[in-house]
Design a protein around this ligand. Sequence first.
Ligand code: OGA
Ligand code: MN
Length: 282
Amino acid sequence: MTGTIDIRPLSDVVGAIVEGVDLTRPLDDTTADLLRDTFSRNSILCIRGQQLAASDQIRFGDLFGPVDSGFRVRSGYGGQETRNRGVMLVSNIRKNGEQIGSLPDGEMQFHSDGAHRDIPYAATTLYAIKLPSVGGDTLFANLAMAYDALDDDTKNRIDELQVRNLYGYDDTFREETTEETEPNTSAATHNLVKTHPVTGRKSLYLSRLMTRHVVGMDRGESDDLLNILFDHAERTEFVYAHKWLMNDLLIWDNRCLNHARTDFPGSEERLLRRLTITEWHD
Ligand code: OGA
Ligand code: MN
């Protein structure tokens, strides 16, 4: 038995709120297809107010492609979570001086998860377990809208370019990211304009946190172009700020969105459970 599923916009810019699905149980094929289709067309799904175990989040992630497994190293909240494949905690909580999760503190610049890997993450799911009283919003920038809004000259100029992306573990600001020789930094080259494998729509694919230079371009020229594109991609008309509620589950599409985080008080606890889905190709 399925009740009525209600889908409405999450914002003017991007996303859908889905009501009437119970993610604590396996979904029937019709509902799963509806969620996949809604996700492709809206780039974020927000499902609110459900008590989800890590296993529920993994079952949800499995609907959208191969979930990541096996390399999450930090010990889990209550010793539980890392027994579940691929699950990572995003948290500023420390136990005995040790972080229980990753990306602990404060503001984080715009980025796309996995853009520093040869095979990035198609999507990320994040489930809110503890939230600060203020701040810690996740911002989403719609990079398909940003691409469409470029003038034709700029589109022609960038259509065939590639960029080099760098990321060091737990970096939240560009300045922290060091050169390829640092042990915890990884890097990958990707097309600056990405065609979405499902929708066929073009997006910018670069970010202030990760993108270092345009491949084969003079450094000064590359910096000038990237700075223009970073600013453009972060314009407020392309950005939705998600104010988390407890037990919100979001899935977002890293192939056509960037995300960032606003600052929040270090004196308050924030904890979200994260699971990524690798890009797949038919
Ligand atoms: C992430 C991330 C932002 C946040 O988990 O990849 O960027 O709001 N999180 O914690
Ligand atoms: Mn991220």
